[in-house]
Design a protein around this ligand. Sequence first.
Ligand SMILES: Nc1ncnc2c1ncn2[C@@H]1O[C@H](COP(=O)(O)OP(=O)(O)OP(=O)(O)O)[C@@H](O)[C@H]1O
Length: 304
Amino acid sequence: MIEVCGLSKHYGEVLAVDDLTFAVRPGEVTGFLGPNGAGKSTTMRMIVGLDAASSGTATVGGRPYAAQPAPLKVVGALLDPGAVLPSRTAFHHLLALAAGNGISRSRVAAVLEEVGLEKVSRRRAGTFSLGMRQRLGIAAALLGDPPVLVFDEPLNGLDPEGIVWIRSLMRRMAAEGRAVLMSSHLMSEMELTADHLIVIGRGRLIADTTMKDFIEAHSEREVFVRSPQAEELRSMLGAAVQVRTESSDALVVTGLEAAEIGALASVSGVELHELAPRQVSLEKAFMDLTRDAVEYQSEKETSR
Ligand SMILES: Nc1ncnc2c1ncn2[C@@H]1O[C@H](COP(=O)(O)OP(=O)(O)OP(=O)(O)O)[C@@H](O)[C@H]1O
């Protein structure tokens, strides 16, 4: 379990993390979301002792990272996949980490296999692609078989097969009872991977909730309707209901349940070809919630 309590970080004038309090529980993947510059990496760096907090605490298993006798056995982290000596082979990079933490040589071979790098383990890390470096970083995080995992943007540079692999790895790690904290800007993947969400903006906590509740609470439900009499249906729905025309025979309705639209169509003799409640995406819910916390935005942003 990770416990963050009143955590803040100043970089000179910049308040990168502002009084954050949250917990990352075992048995779940917790998605860590926020616009660019929100403070996600800084928070993760403080959890694993790479940055000192200006105030507040971050503990793993009840202790700060610096007080862990064998840190890799308590928390595994992928924060900066570039942090590898380019002249070292993948095998020797992991072996050096293992030696400092009382981890066996056979475990090095096992994690190389787990991340699919066993065939290139004798190649120098400097020759690795971004995706391969990412896999090597994940191998390092898994090395001590820790109960807590922290992954900052693990999907960066991965191909579609790699992205699916990360999803199943994260799910498996959580199913084994580990606490997994993962940041990503890929909302569609986050939606498939995370059980719980911590959302921050400008260093402050915006939401700490389950994925399901987050989506339900931060977006209106829509119903997709296809009808050869779409215009007729539209005029019947009235002004209190929001209706968007998607095409000549399709409407998207907000403010009524599918059953209510079906009943209305039925009594009016309007023919329906499709009537489907739409699951609103995490992406839309996230963008609606964090609109005011976005620091870096294109002037030509299209509103959707
Ligand atoms: N070493 C540093 N020195 C000065 N400012 C920093 C430093 N590291 C981060 N910051 C600032 O702290 C804020 C939070 O940055 P951070 O990298 O934690 O955000 P993030 O949520 O991880 O962003 P992204 O999604 O773009 O990776 C930003 O304003 C950033 O410029």
